[in-house]
Write a protein that binds this ligand. Structure first.
Ligand SMILES: Cc1ncc(COP(=O)(O)O)c(C=O)c1O
Length: 473
């Protein structure tokens, strides 16, 4: 059921008053307003003009259980009527955050038994930073202040999270990074940075960059390494086998904390509950958001190892950190119901055994196209990367043009994907059907045919200049 919107008026008001996130306000104005989505069901979105768009991005890497789930609306309604809000400041709690923390502790297993709630992935990054700094002070090693992340990493958009990430254009707008001690090493991007190298040799080289940086900084100064198991917004960078084991070994060797940012990978995206389980490493801290509530309501969670919490428990002081909505009862109730749905409908298993092979088969067909340099996927996340000469990793003269050309042609044919540099990235809901996956492939192939013509004519999309930085967030 959709209300009757006056879309033309809404688009005018959008330009007049609304500032969309991660957008060029010049382009918003030039294009007469944003694309307005009014309704969704399953894996399909409808825009204000009545066009159906297959959502190849699960909203923004988050609507895992698909759109239109009445169970989640019911969970919110029940909780809102019983207790819409109470805070968790100063040793207060409500039932939902306790229940959700218990559920997450069970899914995470091992030492990851303590959960702090926030409202977004970015806030979780801030929580992690403060907590880790506090931990090392309590351990009597206050000089451990340096965080190492990777180029093209995305950990959020607050000042801290953007600074900790590896997207240069996000930092450029505020000039010098205002927080010291945030270092980036190379990303495990085999196609882009290790073309022609064996996967084993590249994995070792990319992981060894961590040890080299630790030694350059001084091992006693390094607090933590943070990484997404698969880098999502950076272009679906899937590390080669052995990479994470080597990263873990280096962290252990120098006694630094290992943090997994599972904001995209968590909750079944890679065919396991968490990305670290797929890659077989054991983090000390895990960041979660997005799929935690399938995007139905803002919530994020930070899981912390027993050893860290035992250290915090040696202090009489409060942890001076927390948000008004940390452990919001409605958000927690919805997230808990969402996790139950994922379990009841065996979605993690479905991703691993059914959807991932179908997704891979679809991409294998796409890979035959002359524009494609590489397709890569793991579970239900993937990318198609474009090159100017098949069989190489050579780019087109104008960086980003091919990505945007294919993305635009996909959207105009009814498939929502995002462009990251010269690739499109995909992350469909777990309820996508075999027919819809096939349709994705057909649309991408047709979109690439169109893009080849556009690129041959030298017609880069007119908005390229304003949009090359689309990070596919
Ligand atoms: C891996 C990762 N971490 C953190 C974030 C930030 O999350 P949020 O946008 O909820 O602040 C994102 C968002 O895309 C993400 O992909």
């Amino acid at each position: 059921m959709t209300r009757n919107y006056d879309i033309a008026t809404l688009r005018k008001l959008d330009v007049a008053h609304h500032l969309p996130a991660q957008s060029s306000y010049k382009l918003q104005q030039e294009m007469g307003g944003s694309r307005i989505i009014v309704r969704a069901q399953g894996s399909t979105l409808w825009d204000g003009d009545g066009n159906a768009i297959l959502d190849g991005m699960a909203g923004l890497w988050c609507v895992d259980v698909g759109y239109g789930r009445p169970e989640l609306a019911e969970a919110a309604k029940t909780q809102m009527l019983e207790l819409p809000f109470y805070n968790t400041f100063f040793r207060t709690a409500t039932p939902p955050p306790i229940e959700l923390a218990t559920k997450l502790a069970g899914l995470l297993g091992g030492e990851l038994q303590h959960i702090f709630f926030n409202n977004s992935g970015s806030e979780s990054s801030d929580t992690i930073y403060r907590l880790v700094r506090y931990y090392w002070r309590l351990k009597g090693q206050p000089e451990r202040t340096v965080f190492i992340s990777r180029e093209n990493a995305y950990h959020g958009t607050t000042v801290l999270a953007a600074s900790m990430g590896g997207m240069p254009y996000m930092k450029a707008q505020f000039g010098d990074v205002p927080i010291d001690g945030l270092e980036q090493i190379m990303q495990p991007y085999h196609f882009g940075e290790g073309f022609g190298e064996t996967a084993e040799a590249f994995a070792e080289r990319a992981a060894n960059a961590l040890e080299e940086r630790i030694l350059a900084v001084g091992p006693a100064k390094v607090a933590a390494f943070i990484g997404e198991p698969v880098q999502g917004a950076g272009g679906v960078i899937i590390p080669p086998g052995g990479y994470w084991q080597r990263i873990e070994a280096i962290c252990r060797k120098y006694g630094i904390l290992l943090i997994a940012d599972e904001v995209i990978c968590g909750f079944g995206r890679l065919g396991t509950w968490f990305g670290f389980q797929h890659f077989g490493f054991t983090p000390d801290i895990v960041s979660m958001a997005k799929g935690l509530s399938s995007g139905y309501i803002p919530i994020s969670a930070t899981a912390i190892s027993r050893e860290i919490i035992e250290t915090l428990r040696t202090d009489d002081d409060d942890f001076h950190h927390g948000y008004t909505y940390s452990g919001h009862p409605v958000a927690c109730a919805v997230a808990l119901r969402n996790l139950q749905l994922i379990e009841e409908e065996r979605m993690v298993e479905t991703v691993a055994t059914d959807l991932a092979p179908r997704f891979q088969a679809m991409l294998a067909e796409v890979a035959k196209h002359s524009l494609v340099g590489e397709v890569r996927s793991l579970g239900l996340i993937g990318a198609v990367e474009f090159v100017s000469e098949k069989g190489t990793n050579r780019r087109f003269a104008v960086p980003g043009a091919a990505g945007l050309a294919v993305r635009d042609a996909c959207i105009s044919r009814g498939l929502m994907v995002r462009a990251v540099r010269d690739s499109i990235v995909m992350c469909p809901p777990y309820v996508i059907t075999p027919e819809e996956l096939e349709r994705m492939g057909t649309i991408i192939l047709a979109a690439m045919d169109e893009a080849v013509v556009t690129l041959a004519q030298g017609n880069a999309p007119s908005h390229l200049e304003l949009e090359t930085t689309d990070p596919g967030l």
